[in-house]
Design a binder for this molecule. Structure first.
Ligand code: IDP
Length: 138
């Protein structure tokens, strides 16, 4: 059944000029782009987005990084979208990511790892609503 997930092309990948190549991988894998925009978020907005990680030691670095430059938040749709995007992204640490995954190809480190993807239905719903209004979801 068709499902929606939420993704972000992170600041490292945008800075390096990988946006188009990453979108091509996403479309090649069968995802429809329901919504996409360029955005810049503040540290406080990054903290709100990653609130589940507030107690983790990397929270400060992660929220500095996510507010360090433009990003491309997007809503993607396909059968089994949440699990399939996680597979296409590869492991959080690109050193452990499988060949052909987005993080293997485009990520430099465990923190600056090119792409975000929701990990469950409830987080996808929260994350879509954090960046997009219903009228933007076409
Ligand atoms: P995920 O993005 O693969 O779902 P999460 O564990 O949800 O990974 O972590 C969210 C983000 O936090 C990661 O994508 C990465 O940018 C950052 N992160 C996770 N673990 C570490 C770490 O050990 N050091 C630095 N940054 C980390």
């Amino acid at each position: 059944m068709s499902q929606r997930t939420f993704s972000i092309i992170k600041p490292d990948a945008v800075r390096k000029g990988y946006t188009g190549a990453i979108l091509a991988e996403i479309e090649k894998a069968g995802f429809k782009i329901v919504a996409i925009k360029k955005a810049s978020i503040s540290k406080a907005q990054a903290q709100g987005f990653y609130h589940v990680h507030a107690e983790r030691p990397f929270f400060g670095g992660l929220t500095d990084f996510m507010s360090s430059g433009p990003i491309f938040p997007m809503v993607l749709e396909k059968d089994n979208a949440i699990a399939d995007l996680r597979k296409l992204m590869g492991a959080t640490n690109p050193a452990n990511a499988e060949e052909g995954t987005i993080r293997k190809q485009f990520a430099a480190s465990i923190e600056e790892n090119a792409i975000h993807g929701s990990d469950a239905e409830d987080t996808a719903a929260f994350e879509i609503g954090y960046f997009f209004a219903g009228l933007e979801l076409i």
